[in-house]
Ligand binder design. Structure first.
Ligand SMILES: [Zn+2]
Length: 226
């Protein structure tokens, strides 16, 4: 899978050098090659609600933002897949891994999906929680690999503009998804459910749309630059 990703990128790179950089901004350029697939991972689901505040559940926010991001990307011609479209646990689909931990089966299923599809990037959506209620804003987590770091920086920058923050992306060392997915992958901690200001944005339809648009802006910046 890794080799497939790299060879596709090298092909695009070689093409842009041998022909003209002008093609890089032309939407027909993207159609000259098999369309890269953007995999959106809507974190948690089903029995696994993620973090919560009263009856506001992280899994629902992730799904709402994921759906909106999916629609925006598709309407701009990007091949996109949302790995869950309803409220269920991905571990239920995993009948191939014998592991007593539902959590591990869930994470392994997310990784498996990214391998079965020729995904170019994986964007995993989550919501944060802090003991310190004043902690707020988006945080991007990335792999040690350069493209993942660049994708994280692009989305972080775009979300910082929305939130009025200046947070920096971080390497997400302990995260299963980042350690096991071969393509560039990032975890988007969209905001803190424990913070009043962030919560207002995360739970409202208007806020969810703005967050999805900001993530989209970061993804576009990534694909324009690489
Ligand atoms: Zn989460």
């Amino acid at each position: 899978m890794k080799r497939k990703c790299i060879s596709l990128l090298m092909l695009i790179f070689a093409y842009s050098i041998s022909e003209s950089h002008a093609y890089a901004d032309d939407s027909s350029f993207r159609h000259a090659f098999p369309q890269p697939i953007i995999l959106i991972d809507a974190g948690h689901g089903g029995i696994d609600g993620g973090t919560s505040y009263d009856d506001i559940l992280e899994k629902d926010i992730n799904l709402e933002i994921g759906r909106r991001l999916y629609i925006i990307l598709r309407s701009h011609g990007y091949e996109t897949i949302l790995n869950r479209t309803g409220d269920y646990a991905l571990s239920d689909d995993n009948r191939w891994l014998r592991n007593r931990s539902r959590h591990i089966r869930d994470l392994a299923q997310r990784k498996q999906l990214s391998e079965e599809l020729p995904s170019e990037i994986v964007v995993s959506l989550h919501v944060n929680w802090g003991k310190n209620k004043s902690k707020r804003g988006p945080i991007l987590l990335h792999q040690t690999e350069g493209r993942s770091a660049f994708l994280a920086a692009s989305i972080q920058n775009s979300l910082n503009n929305l939130y009025g923050t200046s947070s920096l992306p971080q390497i997400g060392k302990p995260f299963y998804l980042l350690n096991h997915v071969d393509c560039p992958a990032v975890i988007v901690e969209t905001g803190f459910l424990s913070n009043t200001e962030d919560r207002d944005l995360l739970k409202s339809k208007r806020g969810q749309q703005k967050i999805a648009e900001a993530i989209y802006g970061g993804i576009v910046q990534y694909f324009t630059a690489i």
